[in-house]
Ligand binder design. Structure first.
Ligand code: NAD
Length: 263
């Protein structure tokens, strides 16, 4: 028995990192997955690996910031997979790492389009289908960067703070429908997006310094986010709604502390 047996799921950003790990995890647990990414070859690879492992998946090369495209993906899931119980709006971009004062409106526009308008479109169109059946779980990837300052560029952080509020608002606007909406706030996870941080640290011989700020004193793996997504997608999380749950080794549980100063 798989934990997602009988469920049909869309996972975006499934060509890499957290999305790829989650699409695979969902399929391992019995879901049929429509894996979506802007990068066609990468998402085909994800689907190839799922099928090779005995899972069921289809791929779509698509831009999650385009409303007509998102509407089409939801319609395709209903038509090709036979329905839609789970959507994970996970695709994201970091944007340009520059101080706030050097940024332009254009720098903000693409980050907000993918990271915040993307999840909005996923919720809007998934809910259209899910509310008719009276069940569904919608997940979005926010970030610890959306909880407070210091974990990402300014537009990125603001987009993720927007996602935290979006899931609260959406869960409440879906009152009485049986559709749940939650966000995951990962800490530092080794993926395509964070590859430059890891490459830089490794080149400097400082890999053991990565992720030291949280109480577990390590960085995370995509599978550790996929496992939380699996729980939230499944009926095991049937009473979890409107939440933004951090999976960050405990990073967001503390204010900065000077080592040895207090205790
Ligand atoms: P990643 O770069 O490995 O994967 C992101 C994927 O999203 C890529 O395959 C990319 O092609 C795809 N994508 C980008 N724009 C898209 C678009 N417009 N339409 C469709 N697909 C698009 O990075 P990741 O770390 O796996 O990121 C997944 C999510 O996790 C993102 O929302 C990111 O902000 C969030 N996140 C990551 C970390 C981390 O430490 N890696 C921490 C917190 C939050």
């Amino acid at each position: 028995m798989g934990r997602l047996d009988g469920k049909r799921a869309i996972v975006t950003g499934a060509g890499s990192g957290i999305g790829r790990a989650t699409a695979s995890r969902f399929a391992e647990e019995g879901a049929v997955v429509l894996a979506v990414d802007l990068a066609a070859e990468a998402v085909d690879e994800t689907v190839g690996a799922i099928r090779a492992a005995g899972g069921r998946a289809e791929s779509a090369a698509a831009d999650v910031g385009d409303e007509a495209v998102v509407e089409g993906l939801v319609d395709r899931a209903v038509k090709d997979l036979g329905g839609l119980e789970v959507v994970y709006a996970n695709a994201g971009v970091p944007g340009r790492p520059a101080p706030l004062f050097d940024l332009t409106a254009e720098d903000w526009e693409n980050v907000l389009r993918v990271n915040l308008i993307g999840p909005f479109l996923a919720i809007k169109h998934a809910a259209r289908v899910m509310r008719e059946t009276g069940r569904g779980s919608i997940l979005c990837t926010a970030s610890v960067a959306g909880l407070r300052s210091g974990a990402g560029p300014t537009p990125y952080s603001a987009s993720k703070a927007g996602v935290v509020n979006l899931v609260q608002t959406a869960a409440n606007q879906l009152k009485g429908t049986g559709v749940r909406v939650n966000a995951i706030c990962p800490g530092l996870i080794e993926t395509g997006m964070t590859a430059p941080i890891f490459e830089f640290a490794r080149a400097a011989g400082k890999e053991n310094k990565i992720g030291q700020l949280n109480p577990l004193q390590r960085y995370g793996a995509p599978s550790e986010i996929a496992n939380l997504a699996l729980f939230l997608a499944s009926d095991e999380a049937s009473y979890v709604n409107g939440q933004a749950i951090a999976a960050d080794g405990g990073l967001s549980s503390s204010l900065p502390v000077v080592a040895g100063h207090l205790f």
